[in-house]
Write a protein that binds this ligand. Sequence first.
Ligand SMILES: Cc1ncc(COP(=O)(O)O)c(C=O)c1O
Length: 398
Amino acid sequence: MVSNLSEREKSVMYGIYKRLPITVDYAQGCRIYDVEGKPYLDFLSGIAVNTLGHSHPKIQNAIEHQIRRYMHLSNYFYQEPQIALAEKLVALSGLSKVYFSNSGAESFEGALKLAAKWGSVRGKKNMYAFSGGFHGRTYGSLSMMDKPLYKEGMGPFLDNKFVLPFNDCEALRAAIDEKTCAVALECIQGEGGISMVTQEFIDELTALRQKYDFLIIADEIQGGVGRTGKFMSYMHYKFTPDIVTLAKGIGGGLPLGAILFHERVADVWVRGNHGTTFGGNAVSCAAGLVVLNEVEEWAESNAAAIGEYLQLRLGELAHNFPRDIVEIRGKGLMVGIVMSYDAQEFVDALLQEKVICNVTAGSVVRVLPPLIIGKQDVDEFIEALTKLLTNRETQSKP
Ligand SMILES: Cc1ncc(COP(=O)(O)O)c(C=O)c1O
């Protein structure tokens, strides 16, 4: 089956993605089933998208209901699902206004444009981001990233955009001045290997904001919407960003993104400055409202509680296999298992045990399960990891 699909795909599609060798039939909760009925434990969630797992009945009902009313009207119209979702986002974040987009890169791109407009009347042009950060594949986003694979041969990139070392207070102090317009960061870097910003670095950043007056953009595209056990990953720290970007998990499986604005920047754009055809699509917003309701009611606190259990069990594993596991890091259900070797082979072997994860930053197994998992799912995951690590240990014995 897979070979059939792979042959067909190869002849007509650009081979830009590495596909997993599974022919998916359907997906339910935290499991993906292949055409032979074999279940795979999905601890990747469509890369932090399926917040409530697959085929959640409330999301399906909301989508069905919305589809029968209307699917797309365009942003010429007031739309109840958009407004209801924006009200919820404002209530849960404490921020002041919302703009809807379709994806993460688009949200981040919009945030840069907004910051640029804010800076343009203040003589501020310079924008900074951090090494290991990931903000999308558009020119704006790429200009704020430093991974060569994403950029080589595709320049020139935007002017006045700089990448500084992550968590380096001295480098931050040396770079930031009155010409600084914005600083963007993921408080927990997803692609960068589930690396967390330190409170010390945030304190330095906010002190510099006080001194030089610039905007802080929190990219919550991967770490937002309850995944880390708080509504946004920045809420684990003592500060408030001026702009927040969202996407991925907010649509519960449908394409949706958002920019959230602190009141400081809520009036920067005037009508026509920015816009989109599909952004805030009514069906995506209807799904998003279910996601936020469930996140508020229980999924976020479940992520915190099960996340603690996951870290506890992984900590035991690290203790039992110190030659393989270097560190466990992250918050809630955004967790990295740092291996002492390239993690790809390990993740491939995990797939043979019917567990889906992926690799970031070379040696980090990225664990992003849906927020609905229970302790028994964690136990199943740990059992598969234990089996693999025990096998490796046995094989390495002379
Ligand atoms: C933190 C972060 N920002 C931005 C993006 C880009 O999102 P998208 O792929 O929806 O454009 C991603 C995607 O992985 C991300 O993790």
